[in-house]
Design a protein around this ligand. Structure first.
Ligand SMILES: NC(=O)c1ccc[n+]([C@@H]2O[C@H](COP(=O)([O-])OP(=O)(O)OC[C@H]3O[C@@H](n4cnc5c(N)ncnc54)[C@H](OP(=O)(O)O)[C@@H]3O)[C@@H](O)[C@H]2O)c1
Length: 327
């Protein structure tokens, strides 16, 4: 039995995996020692894995959970995916034991750290469902009621496109989609679009006029700072509080929130995890699976084989398509 520098035991078998050797490096398709299931663990034969911004941030060490998920290198990136259990059941799994990750032919997880994937669902399509479940936070965290208006801040990404559809399916009255690209924004079927590259004054005005009840925010940074500033009323009228769910930060990790803005607008800000527990998660998952199976929730995938990981990891041309590695 061989032991590698980070203590991985190799019982002689190697399998292919995407292996990361340097923080902020690019994973390479190569052999990696086969995982061995310890007590309370189970092996997974991986079928499909979505590569998302969060996976790159974990690999780069810039995500808050990055060190825990990938304490040492070499290691295999990505912390969830779709695969089969030893008895052949197809499941969505999470949190492989480091240095193993999801981007491999085989990985190892804690017994029970998986959920069944319903019959008939394509494993690659199933990798996208967690992003749709996150969009359900407009109801779970912010309590969206049918007829209320929703603004999707950052609607042209995969998660944003799903959020526009989820808002419609949850009965939102009016949907506003924001983003940087007019052509992509027009594809979304929203009732109103706002281009976040407008100059500050025009963007403030556009947000102020959008009259929104709930915001699902994938951007943070400058656009969301302006959105919150736009909620300050110009009279002593009673505010109609905006409920904002914070989900992503592609436009910036921080923003300036003035006391006046918070005090006068009545804005409420929640994290996407608010209200999530086994019961609400199960209900959101069931709903999203049903919408996907019946074709009410649609999304575009870019499928690549594991052997192409080095090129695929560096792609920036996906324009709203989820990169899914098929194993
Ligand atoms: N917490 C969760 O469970 C969860 C789940 C899903 C997603 N997220 C987060 O949500 C965010 C979006 O995820 P995704 O998977 O949809 O990503 P994605 O498909 O890669 O899309 C990224 C989006 O961000 C936009 N964007 C990038 N930089 C921007 C900037 N500086 N200003 C304005 N827009 C910018 C892009 O717009 P262009 O088209 O103009 O380039 C694109 O619409 C990420 O932060 C992700 O980590 C969180």
């Amino acid at each position: 039995m061989l032991e590698s520098s980070n203590g991985v035991r190799d019982r002689g078998g190697d399998r292919k995996a995407a292996v990361l050797h340097e923080r902020d490096g690019v994973p390479r398709y190569e052999d990696f020692p086969d995982p061995v299931a310890g007590e309370g663990e189970v092996l997974i034969e991986v079928k499909a894995v979505a590569v998302e911004n969060v996976d790159r941030a974990v690999a780069a060490g810039t995500h808050f959970a990055g060190r825990a998920m990938m304490p040492e290198l070499p290691a295999i990136p990505c912390f969830d995916g779709i695969g089969t259990l030893p008895d052949g059941r197809l499941v969505g799994f999470g949190n492989p034991r480091p240095p193993y990750g999801a981007l491999a032919e085989r990985t190892v997880i804690r017994e029970g750290a998986y959920a069944a994937i319903p019959d008939g669902l394509d494993p690659a399509a199933a990798t996208v469902l967690p992003s749709a479940i996150t969009a359900m936070s407009m109801k779970v965290a912010a309590g969206l009621q049918p007829g209320e208006s929703v603004l999707v801040q950052g609607a042209t990404g995969v998660a944003g496109r799903l959020a526009v559809q989820v808002a419609r399916l949850l009965g939102a009255g009016r949907i506003v989609a924001t983003g940087r690209d007019d052509e992509q924004l027009r594809e979304l079927g929203a009732d109103q679009v706002i281009n976040t590259t407008l100059d500050d004054q025009d963007l403030l005005l556009a947000y102020a006029e959008s009259r929104t009840d709930v915001v699902v925010d994938f951007l943070w940074g400058r656009p969301t700072e302006l959105l919150l500033r736009a909620m300050v009323p110009d009279t002593f009228a009673f505010p109609a509080p905006l409920r904002l769910v914070q989900i992503g930060e592609v436009a910036g990790a921080g923003l300036h929130l003035s006391a006046e803005s918070l005090r006068t607008s009545g804005v409420e800000i929640y994290g996407a995890a608010k209200g999530l527990g086994p019961e609400t998660m199960g209900a959101a998952y069931g709903q999203v699976v049903e919408w996907a199976r019946t074709g009410q929730l649609t999304f575009a995938l870019e499928r690549v084989p594991l052997s192409d990981i080095e090129t695929a990891w560096q792609r920036t041309d996906l324009r709203g398509k989820r990169l899914v590695v098929q194993v």
